[in-house]
Design a protein around this ligand. Structure first.
Ligand code: DLZ
Length: 174
């Protein structure tokens, strides 16, 4: 996938004043560290005020932790980070689909946006390609930017608008 295929960041997006969460699983630790570094890079580039952290055993536990953090009132947005690599059993499908659908349900139920920094890949090479250093492709970094963007989108709607369009930092969504 080239960088042109990816979403990009709205001009003027800022994380100033936000308290954000970063929850990571511990399976495939070396790749997790690269994704966590990416998420920190994304958050810090936007100037967030504080990062609240938590760790869980595996990706299957990420939704439970995300719901606990989202309902605590401590954070405006969350990123979850995990790495699920296909093995010889059906565990891959159960863990990856269970995690993804429950994270989506959690952000919709709680209204706290959750950036999905979970890699679901066939092998380590694919995971390394998606957890690169600054300037490269890193799904943790992308998830942090998305979480902040969705937080601002929610804030814009909550604030209301007299206009027909809803202005996000750097552009109109409607
Ligand atoms: C059990 C398991 C397996 C086989 N593979 C992964 C994986 O690739 N990535 C991951 O994050 N977690 C894995 N797990 C652990 C589950 O997520 C979970 O922690 C256990 O099933 C206990 O609930």
């Amino acid at each position: 996938m080239s960088s042109e295929d990816r979403a990009g960041v709205p001009d003027g997006l800022t994380g100033e004043g936000l308290h954000v969460g970063l929850i990571h699983a511990r399976w495939n630790t070396d790749i997790i560290e690269r994704l966590v570094a990416g998420a920190e890079r994304g958050y810090e580039a936007l100037g967030v005020d504080e990062i609240v952290r938590a760790s869980v055993p595996g990706s299957f536990e990420l939704p439970f932790a995300a719901k606990a953090m989202a309902t605590s009132g401590e954070v405006d947005a969350i990123v979850v980070v995990g790495v699920v690599i296909r093995g010889e059993t059906t565990h891959y499908e159960l863990v990856s689909e269970g995690c993804a659908s429950a994270i989506q349900a959690t952000q919709l139920e709680t209204g706290v946006p959750i950036g999905f920094g979970v890699l679901t890949v066939e092998n380590r090479a694919q995971a390394l390609d998606r957890s690169e250093e600054a300037g490269g492709h890193n799904v943790g970094e992308e998830a942090a930017l998305v979480a902040v963007e969705m937080c601002r989108l929610r804030q814009e709607f909550e604030a209301g608008s007299d206009d027909d369009s809803v202005e996000a930092p750097g552009g109109s969504y409607l």
